[in-house]
Design a protein around this ligand. Structure first.
Ligand code: DX5
Ligand code: ZN
Length: 218
């Protein structure tokens, strides 16, 4: 399978959301990455259900929803109804992670778990075979446009070993500070999906920037 690019809509122009969604639809991007922040789990509030509903109406590619919220369990069915295809919860926000993963799958979505920069890969050993995706945060979640944390490479290699050792087919996604400077090295370390927000939407030509990233990572 080829490696994937998931533009983060957090960095889009919300006053021109449909235009930016169509840009992604017509680009070589693979997924829509949707960041939901509650102001409790992370020190920022992004947007919620009505905005996701509007995005889903126009998005023609996989919707990868990244929940940076406490108590994600209570919204699993809501996100399924809103059109999320992949639902990622934070390890740090779930007391009963195994139960949450099963509930996401029972609602018909693929299940992902995100790890904050301080959370070691080893905490996923006992659920790795149940997961469709692990999102390694390469910035502290809450804001777009932050600098990439270099320790991420080590975590990607560790996770790649764990996935290969357990013969799991889960994807490795990297989220935060992704640019043309680190994309290739991340793929070489074992990542499959790169989220890019400000690098894509802050570019003069986002469509070309997506194409260049795709060519870079193969
Ligand atoms: C951060 C979000 C990211 C963010 C990435 O909390 O989870 O998805 O939008 O933005 P950039 O690519 O600008 O770091
Ligand atoms: Zn994200």
């Amino acid at each position: 399978m080829s490696n994937l690019i998931a533009p983060s809509i957090l960095a889009a122009d919300f006053a021109n959301l449909q235009r930016d969604i169509e840009m992604v639809n017509n680009s070589e991007a693979d997924w829509f990455h949707i960041d939901i922040m509650d102001g409790v789990f992370v020190p920022n509030i992004s947007f919620g259900m009505p905005v996701l509903k509007a995005i889903s109406k126009h998005a023609k590619k996989t919707i990868d929803a990244h929940l940076m919220i406490v108590n994600p369990d209570q919204y699993i069915q809501t996100f399924a109804d809103l059109g999320a295809n992949i639902l990622t919860v934070h390890y740090e926000a779930c007391s009963h992670l195994h139960r949450t993963i099963q509930a996401i799958k029972a609602a018909g979505m693929k299940a992902g778990v995100a790890l904050n920069p301080h959370t070691p890969i080893a905490v996923l050993e006992d659920v790795i075979k149940d997961l469709d995706l692990v999102c390694i945060m390469s910035v502290n979640p809450g804001f777009g446009g932050q600098s990439f944390i270099e320790n991420t490479y080590k975590k990607v290699s560790q996770l790649r070993h764990l996935i290969d050792f357990t013969e799991s087919d889960c994807l490795i996604e990297i989220d935060g500070g992704v640019t043309d400077k680190n994309a290739n090295a991340l793929i070489e370390a074992g990542a499959n999906v790169l989220v890019a927000g400000s690098y894509v939407f802050g570019a003069e030509n986002p469509t070309e920037t997506i194409e260049d990233l795709k060519n870079l990572i193969g």
